[in-house]
Write a protein of this length. Structure first.
Length: 367
C-alpha cells in the first residue's frame, strides 16, 4: 500500500497495491502494430464496501459505527467530486463531539484493481497516549546532497502526473535496483532517472541519514527513507532507518516500516529488530500497523515460531484484532503471522483466533 495524498482534516487517502502479473513472452512473430490507443485516465468511481473502527478499548464498535453514519455498503462514490470528503469531515465531527479521543483518524483505502474502497477509523482512547510516544520533530535545515532529494521529488511528481493521465498504473509496483520499489522506471519519461540514485545514494549515504535525523521537512524525510533503499547493504539501510520508526510524521513511519519488511524478505537470518516491529503494531494509524504487520510476516517466515511467546505477550492483542478485520491490508499480514505461530489457519474468525491466543498464553503462564 502506498500513501497517495492527504485530505484536509487528517483524513488519509490510501491506495492498496498488488504486484503486477508477469506476462509470458509470445513465441510467434509479432503482428503489424496497430495505432496505440490514447491513455485512459483511471476511474474515479468506486464501490463503497463499508467502514471499520479500530483501536478504542472503551467504546463498543456498534456504538461507534452508529455515530459514524457513512453510506451503506455497495454505494457508488465518485471520489473526484469532493462530496465524500465532506461526509467524512461531518462524520468525524460527530464522533469527536460524542466521545473524547486522544486521536481520531479516518483512512480511505482504495483498491483500483477491483474498483472498491473502504474507510477505517483509527482511534486512541484518552489514557492510551502511550501508543503515540514518538520522537520530537526535528528542527534542522540540512543540505540536499548532490540534489538527490530534489531529484526524487521531481521523479515522484512525474509519476503522479503520468498516473493521472493513465499512462502508468496507479497501483502495483515497478522494478528497480533498490530494496524497495515504488513505481519503477519503465516509462520513457522515467527511464533515465534511476542511475542518479544508484550512483549517488551510496556515495552520500551518511549525508542522507543526517537529513532523516535532523531535517524539519516531513516530505524530505519521507523521500530520504525511499532513497536510502539504494544504500550499500540491507544491514546498513536497516541501521540507518531504525530510529525513525518513531518519527512523529506518519508518512515517514510508513516508509520506514515498509523498508524494514522489504530488507528482511528472503534473508537467511533475521536482520531487523523484532522489538521495534512489535512496538509499531500498537501505533495509532492503519499505515503503522499494516507495514509493521508485513515486517513481522518476514521475521516469522525467516525463523518460524521461535519467538512466539514474545510476539503474543507484546502484541498478540493487536494481531487478533487485525485478523478479524474486513480490511485486507490489516487482516492479511495478521493472519499470516498467526497461522505460522499457531501451526494452523483459523481464517477470518476473530473469536477463534482469540480463543487460541488466550489458551496459548494460559498454557505458557502455567509452565
Amino acid at each position: 500500500m502506498k500513501l497517495k495524498w492527504m485530505i484536509p482534516g487528517c483524513l488519509c487517502l490510501l491506495a492498496a497495491c498488488a504486484a503486477p502479473a508477469r506476462q509470458a513472452a509470445l513465441q510467434t512473430p509479432a503482428a503489424p502494430s496497430a495505432p496505440e490507443a490514447a491513455p485512459v485516465p483511471p476511474s474515479t468511481v468506486y464501490t463503497f464496501e463499508g467502514v471499520e473502527v479500530f483501536g478504542s478499548r472503551k467504546v463498543p464498535k456498534e456504538k461507534l459505527l452508529e455515530v459514524i453514519g457513512l453510506p451503506a455498503p455497495n454505494t457508488r462514490i465518485d471520489v473526484s467530486k469532493g462530496d465524500f470528503v465532506t461526509l467524512l469531515q461531518e462524520s468525524k465531527k460527530r464522533l469527536t463531539e460524542t466521545w473524547p479521543f486522544a486521536l481520531c483518524n479516518y483512512s480511505v483505502v482504495q483498491y483500483p484493481p477491483t474498483g472498491t474502497m473502504r474507510v477505517t477509523v483509527d482511534l486512541v482512547d484518552e489514557g492510551d497516549e502511550w501508543r503515540m510516544r514518538f520522537s520530537p520533530a526535528p528542527q534542522g535545515n540540512v543540505p540536499d546532497p548532490e540534489g538527490l532529494i530534489a531529484a526524487w521529488q521531481d521523479y515522484s511528481k512525474t509519476v503522479f502526473e503520468l498516473q493521472r493521465k493513465g499512462e502508468i498504473p496507479n497501483h502495483g509496483v515497478g522494478t528497480c535496483r533498490a530494496i524497495v520499489c515504488h513505481w519503477g522506471f519503465s516509462h520513457p519519461a522515467l527511464a533515465s532517472r534511476e542511475q542518479k540514485f544508484i550512483e549517488g545514494v551510496p556515495r552520500n549515504f551518511d549525508a542522507l541519514v543526517r537529513v532523516l535525523r535532523e531535517d524539519s521537512d516531513e516530505a524530505r524525510r519521507m523521500g530520504v527513507v525511499m532513497l536510502l533503499a539504494y544504500g550499500p547493504s540491507r544491514e546498513q539501510v536497516v541501521e540507518a532507518v531504525i530510529p525513525s520508526v518513531r518519527d512523529p510524521y506518519t508518512g515517514v513511519r510508513n516508509e520506514v516500516l515498509r523498508t524494514l519488511g522489504a530488507a528482511q524478505e528472503g534473508q537467511p537470518r533475521v536482520i531487523i529488530p523484532l522489538e521495534r516491529v512489535l512496538e509499531a503494531l500498537w501505533f495509532p494509524r492503519s499505515t503503522d500497523r499494516n507495514k509493521a504487520g508485513w515486517a513481522l510476516v518476514r521475521i516469522v517466515e525467516t525463523e518460524g515460531a521461535a519467538r512466539r511467546q514474545q510476539i503474543l505477550d507484546t502484541s498478540g492483542e493487536m494481531l487478533v484484532q487485525m485478523a478479524g478485520m474486513q480490511q485486507r491490508i490489516d487482516h492479511e499480514p495478521a493472519r499470516k503471522v498467526l497461522t505460522i505461530l499457531a501451526g494452523r489457519d483459523l481464517g477470518a474468525d476473530e473469536q477463534a483466533w482469540r480463543a487460541w491466543f488466550e489458551q496459548t498464553r494460559t498454557r505458557s503462564a502455567a509452565r
